[in-house]
Design a protein around this ligand. Structure first.
Ligand code: GLP
Length: 262
């Protein structure tokens, strides 16, 4: 697939992190407004924090309610209790759930401490199915192209599964822990197949350190499990929202009708 065909993945180049976050929040709010009982797939990492702040602002302004929304998260570290400050369950409460009217029983993350992880993974898939599937999935992207914790691999994983983290991911996530040794080496993550079943997907990237992977994703010519996010080229409804720094290595951005640079 050549970069010109990437037009299907609608590319938005926003001026900065704030504008990127505002646009992502707008698309999410539009979905919540347009679909009753909508199911959101949520992500962690630094990138979506600004989006969550914008959603909280809209809730506080009385223009957005999550009372009928259900959410599922992409992933969780293996071995971390939900009360652990670096668990993704804690992150979601801290950055979003504690500040909006999402009911207590309306969100779920994979459990990193379930006695039987294999059962937990199967049950997570069933849970998503019982909800009617994810309407809108939010994604960040790792420096190596991972989405959720689907690391570069020989093949695309279909379902929620337990996985080892790439050395690069452990290094990148060390900034949240006291030392590298404390970063869990495994995680539970939705599979690529789980992600691809979402009705609509927003992928966010911000900052110069994401410019290389964004260039490889959008201008590379293959769908390849060694760059897991490349599968998104086969999804019919993807918004890629990046800031100018993350877009700085793109050559063909003007081919996108939504490009704001030219
Ligand atoms: C983490 C998460 C991903 C996230 C990515 C990028 O390890 N598992 O879901 O998208 O890495 O994180 P950041 O947004 O902090 O760059």
């Amino acid at each position: 697939m050549k970069s010109e065909e990437v037009i299907d993945m609608k590319l938005y180049i926003e001026k900065d992190y704030e504008q990127m976050s505002k646009l992502a929040a707008k698309l999410i709010a539009d979905k919540v407004h347009s679909k009753e009982n909508c199911v959101l797939g949520l992500a962690t990492g630094s990138t979506p924090i600004g989006t969550y702040k914008e959603l909280i602002k809209q809730y506080q302004a009385g223009t957005l309610s999550f009372a009928k929304v259900k959410t599922v998260n992409l992933d969780e570290y293996y071995g971390l209790e939900p009360e652990h400050e670096q668990s993704y369950a804690y992150f979601m409460r801290d950055n979003l759930f504690n500040h909006i009217d999402l009911p207590q029983d309306a969100f779920r993350l994979p459990s990193g401490t379930a006695k039987n992880i294999e059962e937990e993974c199967k049950d997570y898939e069933k849970h998503i199915e019982a909800l009617g599937g994810v309407d809108l999935q939010l994604l960040g992207i790792g420096h190596n192209g991972h989405i959720g914790f689907n690391e570069p691999a020989a093949s695309f994983a279909l379902y929620t599964h337990q996985t080892y983290l790439d050395e690069r991911t452990i290094e990148a996530n060390t900034r949240f822990f006291a030392s590298k040794d404390e970063v869990p080496t495994q995680a539970i993550t939705m599979g690529i197949g789980t992600i691809m079943k979402a009705g609509e997907i927003i992928l966010l990237a911000s900052g110069k350190d994401k410019a290389d992977i964004i260039q490889r994703l959008l201008e590379g010519d293959t769908v390849n499990p060694m760059l897991p996010a490349s599968i998104l080229k086969l999804h019919p409804h993807v918004h890629v929202i990046v800031d100018e720094a993350a877009a700085s290595l793109l050559k063909s951005c003007c081919k996108s009708s939504t490009c704001h640079l030219h």
